[in-house]
Design a protein around this ligand. Structure first.
Ligand SMILES: Cc1cc2nc3c(=O)[nH]c(=O)nc-3n(C[C@H](O)[C@H](O)[C@H](O)COP(=O)(O)OP(=O)(O)OC[C@H]3O[C@@H](n4cnc5c(N)ncnc54)[C@H](O)[C@@H]3O)c2cc1C
Length: 547
């Protein structure tokens, strides 16, 4: 019996926690999207993953890892440099669970070649599910997975590191990478004077036998307890990519000195450092002077993950909003039965359904690109467009999801306040919004025929959808304009919307029609729910979003 001192009045009309659920099986748009993109056979594996990540225990780890933020330990008690970052055990547990499921490496073979089949789609589904629970730890997970694409430019280094990258062990020990059961990799490009404009990097690389010594700084370098970093620095022939391990080959701690950790809006379980390199040991990756070309292979993959994680965050917002609305009564009716709330929830469900169809379509392109030039062209043109639209839509979406829970949504005990603070970072890092739009223009100018073929293909798949033909004409016209940069946001947003409608058309044609009618034929209102959907459509959307 509760002690009288702790007794309270009866608590009622509060929604139960949205926990101990299967985050895969509950999500019909997800299971249909992965099936449409070649990964139907992974349903059982994904359901296991979905149950595990949907458990109350994982939710508690996510909360603990964000409340107990990483601490930089620069020195030991005697004044010796340590340069270690301590994380809460919950963070290590999250890392271990993602690594055991191969979220950090499963798109590669043991030799570091693309795994093919539907490996990208399956892994993306896991990344999307994990991001619904805790997103900060996914920073080293995405960077480790993506680093292999850059390491491919240096086959001897790839052959050395791959046996440690390819394991499913998470080994948080501070020790040389070659002695460990598993390793993680980070990335250092951004300096104080320039992040987008990495050509302005001032960090210097001097030859030292077959290796190099790096001197300079990075203004942002996340996940500082990674075992190695891919770093850009100026060598004799220009900007070059380097592999900088935490330990030099003689086993001594490398000269990587962390100055402080960033105090961030969100992404709090993840540490992001400011760092000085004081003649740090490094090995070259790819040719001297080809640093951007080398590291862009990695960045292409982290951009893909930014979009996947943003859809995951929005999906979580939608699930919590729907779950709450089905339990909370207002004026003698559940919120989920109030016509105005239905309009809001259905419009949000439509956004997520189209977004998940779009990112899974993109992941199929990543799977098939090595063998199929058409898919490679889709991947090249659409990755920046999708990162732009999906990531930039997430904060507004999460704000609306939070409001569906009323005051509870704004309070830190729930997950939505954290998701909301987390969401803007995916649009900023790995190339901010304008940079994504400029990258679409770059793809168009460098390979105009391939890009035109991609647009024609999307147009074909979106044929007959409301506003589809007009959108195609408007995109093509904007991209032909000599002052195309000025209207790039307009055209790139339309391109992403059209591609989303086309992807959804393969899975749920009627919902693709609704999406096109409310986003292409007429501009979407600035708030969710300012749409005129029929009752049947509302019911259909909400039943698919959360049975
Ligand atoms: C939490 C966090 C963690 C990070 N971790 C890492 C990391 O691990 N490694 C790493 O290397 N970096 C990291 N970054 C840095 C991040 O990648 C950069 O902040 C980002 O690339 C933008 O660079 P910048 O901050 O120098 O801004 P700037 O390059 O100055 O850009 C400012 C704005 O100008 C816009 N812009 C730039 N060029 C143009 C143009 N030609 N026309 C129009 N608009 C333009 C951009 O879109 C942006 O909105 C991290 C950032 C954050 C917030």
């Amino acid at each position: 019996m509760t002690h009288p001192a702790f007794a309270t009045h009866e608590v009622f009309n509060q929604s139960p926690p949205f926990e101990d659920v299967d985050l895969f099986t509950l999500d019909m748009p997800l299971s249909e999207s992965i099936a449409a993109n070649g990964a139907a056979a992974a349903a059982q594996e994904l359901s296991e993953f979905g149950k595990h990540w949907g458990s109350a225990a994982m939710a508690a780890r996510g909360r603990a890892a964000n409340e107990n933020t990483p601490k930089l330990r620069s020195f030991d008690s005697r004044g010796n440099r340590r340069d270690e970052v301590e994380f809460h055990p919950a963070y290590h547990e999250l890392m271990a669970r993602s690594a055991h499921a191969g979220v950090h490496n499963s798109t590669w073979t043991a030799q570091g070649k693309p795994a093919g089949a539907a490996a990208e789609v399956v892994r993306a589904a896991k990344f999307y599910i994990a991001s619904q629970v805790e997103t900060g730890h996914l920073c080293p997970i995405t960077m480790t997975r993506a680093s292999v694409a850059a390491l491919a430019a240096q086959p001897d280094l790839l052959a050395k590191t791959m046996p440690v990258i390819a394991t499913r062990a998470y080994d948080p020990g501070f020790a040389p990478w070659w002695t460990k059961r598993g390793m993680t990799l980070g990335m250092g490009m951004t300096e104080k004077q320039g992040g987008t404009d990495v050509r302005s990097n001032m960090t210097r690389a001097e030859r030292d036998g077959s290796a190099y010594r790096i001197t300079g700084h990075k203004w942002f370098m996340s996940a500082p307890m990674c075992d190695a970093f891919l770093v850009l620095a100026q060598a004799d022939e220009g900007l070059t990519c380097f592999f900088m391990p935490r330990f030099a080959p003689d086993g001594s701690v490398n000269a990587i000195q962390f100055q402080r950790l960033k105090d961030k809006l969100g992404n709090r379980s993840n540490a992001s450092s400011e760092v000085e390199f004081v003649g740090a040991y490094a090995e070259r990756v790819g040719e001297e002077g080809k640093g951007i070309r080398t590291i862009i292979q990695m960045v292409q993959l982290t951009r893909q993950d930014c979009a996947i994680a943003s859809v995951g965050l929005m999906r979580s917002g939608l699930s919590h909003a729907l779950h709450h609305a089905r339990h909370r009564s207002v004026f003698q009716k559940h919120l989920a039965d109030q016509p105005l709330m239905q309009a809001v929830l259905a419009d949000m469900a439509l956004h997520v359904e189209a977004s998940v169809a779009l990112v899974m379509r993109l992941c199929r392109a990543f799977d098939q690109a090595p063998e199929d030039p058409g898919e490679a062209a889709y991947m090249r043109l659409l990755t920046p467009a999708i990162k732009y639209w999906v990531c930039k839509s997430a904060p507004g979406f999460l704000y609306e999801a939070m409001e569906c829970l009323g005051g509870n949504g704004y309070v830190e005990e729930g997950i939505l306040a954290r998701h909301y603070r987390e969401s803007p970072v995916n649009a900023i890092w790995e190339g901010s919004g304008n940079v994504m739009c400029l990258d679409v223009l770059r793809a168009l100018s460098r390979e105009p025929d391939a890009a035109t073929a991609v647009l024609q293909d999307i147009a074909e798949q979106a044929k007959g959808l409301p506003g589809g033909a007009e959108a195609v004409a408007s995109i093509a016209k904007s991209f032909r304009r000599p002052d195309g940069e000025r209207v790039a946001r307009l055209a790139v947003e339309k391109l992403a919307l059209l591609a989303a409608a086309a992807a959804l058309n393969k899975i749920a044609p009627h919902h693709a029609e609704l999406f096109a009618a409310t986003r292409l034929a007429t501009p979407h209102a600035s708030m969710y729910g300012a749409v005129d959907l029929a009752n049947d459509d509302i019911e259909g959307l909400l039943a698919r979003a959360l049975p």
